[in-house]
Design a protein. Structure first.
Length: 470
């Protein structure tokens, strides 16, 4: 498979390199011009004098502009799907692209952000569209993924409208050429910023109106249950309908890397469902280097508003609960975990009571412990239970990261899945060292095998990914 791809790439390699370089130059050019104009507008009234907001002091336009932050990546991905059933067509796809963005320096707490996403198959995909993995995406996509203003204060932050949001159940799902994005307002409040014992306790609130899927180039009033999103779980009866969006509010404690992380969320997926979500994870660090890991999850779901799915004849969101528990051990050599999730059934409701996940269904990016690369409980669209075991190891001074995992799902059989589907995944990433001159470049290969799908038989999914992060 890879040799065939390499042969095809070699034919057009020089053209592809020039195109990638031109894309990067153009993206940076757009960002630079945008930042320069905005910076000039902000600084001009002060006639080049020093500006200050807290500890942000600038000597003038040049100093302010020099502190604009640029970020992004270039990606070359090749995905291949193979099925054991002769009636299912194998699929593959190649795409070159990524995203590039900027965030201006603060001006009295205000900043502006801009991110442009792009993807192009370069004419390397099969001519038969049914043999193309459209989730990559399959063709050419250009989109202004982010365009926002942000105001940051010691006690709060607010940002909007177009932005990448990554919170439980409303996530970025960044496993393709570009992440999902949302049009809306996002904010955080830090009421205990001056109180040391609770300084890591903060509030989150958001309201999103439009959605930009990871394989699409536009924002619209939609979600992944509405047909038209590659890789989503579109319900044909909802063709042409709109989804008003979602609201979410949270109380959260801890930062990434802390021993304790706890969060309590309430989500309203308007006219779809309401979800109360709790997730607590704790790592007991000690001098031995063998650190126990514990985690619990809980969800309570009810219907909401007009119950769009019920009106389409598919049953309302179930009145159901979900539970999760995780235990593991973080050692100097590997992280080992075992996890369980259970979702109660509700006869007559949508998917027999399975949790609705309007912004991750089909993407396999929900926060349940037992979700795998190809799918999890959400993609099975059935209540039941699941367990998962996983091992993560780092080698060569953490240049190589390897993950192997296995999950089995005990569900009520559906028209698509048998009673006990299972999935095994292998994920290996090699990152070049900082002193190699290739810092930011990584090569990743993910391979998954899922059984129990009535239409596919054994589903083999390989994702070969080259990325340069800058």
């Amino acid at each position: 498979m890879l040799w065939g791809l390499i042969k095809r790439l070699d034919i057009q390699m020089s053209n592809h390199y020039l195109m990638a370089r031109d894309i990067k130059r153009r993206l940076n050019g757009i960002g630079g011009a945008y930042s320069l104009i905005l910076s000039f507008m902000m600084i001009m009234p002060y006639s080049g004098g020093a500006l200050s907001q807290d500890d942000h002091v600038y000597a003038g336009i040049t100093d302010y502009f020099s502190q604009t932050q640029f970020h992004g990546n270039l990606r070359a991905y090749f995905f291949e799907r193979a099925y054991s059933k002769d009636t299912a067509l194998d699929q593959n796809a190649f795409s070159l692209g990524g995203y590039s963005g900027l965030v201006t320096a603060p001006f009295y707490g205000f900043q502006a952000g801009l991110t442009l996403g792009a993807a192009n198959s370069l004419g390397l995909n099969p001519e038969n569209s049914k043999q193309v993995d459209a989730t990559l995406p399959a063709g050419t996509v250009y989109t202004l993924t982010e365009g926002y203003l942000q105001w940051t204060h010691k006690y709060f932050m607010v940002r909007g409208p177009d932005q990448i949001i990554d919170v439980p159940w409303i996530m970025a799902s960044d496993s393709r050429m570009k992440p999902s994005a949302y049009r809306g307002v996002y904010g955080e409040a830090y009421p205990f910023a001056d109180f040391e014992p609770l300084k890591d306790l903060y509030l989150i609130g958001l309201n999103v109106f439009d959605f930009n899927g990871r394989a699409e180039g536009t924002f619209n009033a939609s979600n992944l249950y509405i047909p038209g999103h590659a890789g989503g779980s579109g319900i044909s009866a909802l063709e042409g309908q709109e989804a008003p969006g979602a609201s979410a509010y949270a109380l959260k404690y801890g930062k990434k890397g802390d021993n304790l992380n706890a969060q309590l969320w309430w989500h309203q997926f308007i006219n779809f469902s309401q979800l109360l979500w709790m997730d607590i994870n704790y790592v007991h660090k000690n001098k031995s280097g063998y650190n126990p890991i514990f985690g619990i999850q809980f969800a309570n779901q009810t219907g909401d508003g007009e119950n769009t799915i019920e009106l389409a004849g598919n049953g309302a969101a179930g009145n159901s609960q979900a539970y999760g528990i995780l235990a593991g051990l973080d050692t100097p050599y590997a992280r080992l975990t075992a996890a369980y999730n259970g979702i109660t059934s509700d006869a007559g409701s949508f998917a027999n009571g399975d949790l609705l996940s309007p912004y991750s269904t089909g993407y396999s990016t929900d926060p349940l412990y037992t979700t795998q690369m190809i799918g999890g409980m959400i993609e099975k669209q059935s209540s039941g239970s699941a367990f998962k075991v996983a091992a993560t190891a780092f080698l060569l001074d953490q240049q190589i990261k390897g993950i192997v995992s296995y999950a089995r799902y005990f569900i009520t059989p559906t028209s698509t899945y048998q009673a006990e589907p299972n999935e095994t995944d292998l994920d290996i990433t090699y990152s070049f060292s900082k002193n190699s001159g290739l810092d930011g470049l990584s090569i990743r290969n993910r391979f998954g095998v899922m059984t129990g799908n009535v239409n596919y038989g054994h589903f083999y999914y390989e994702r070969f990914q080259i990325q340069y992060q800058f």
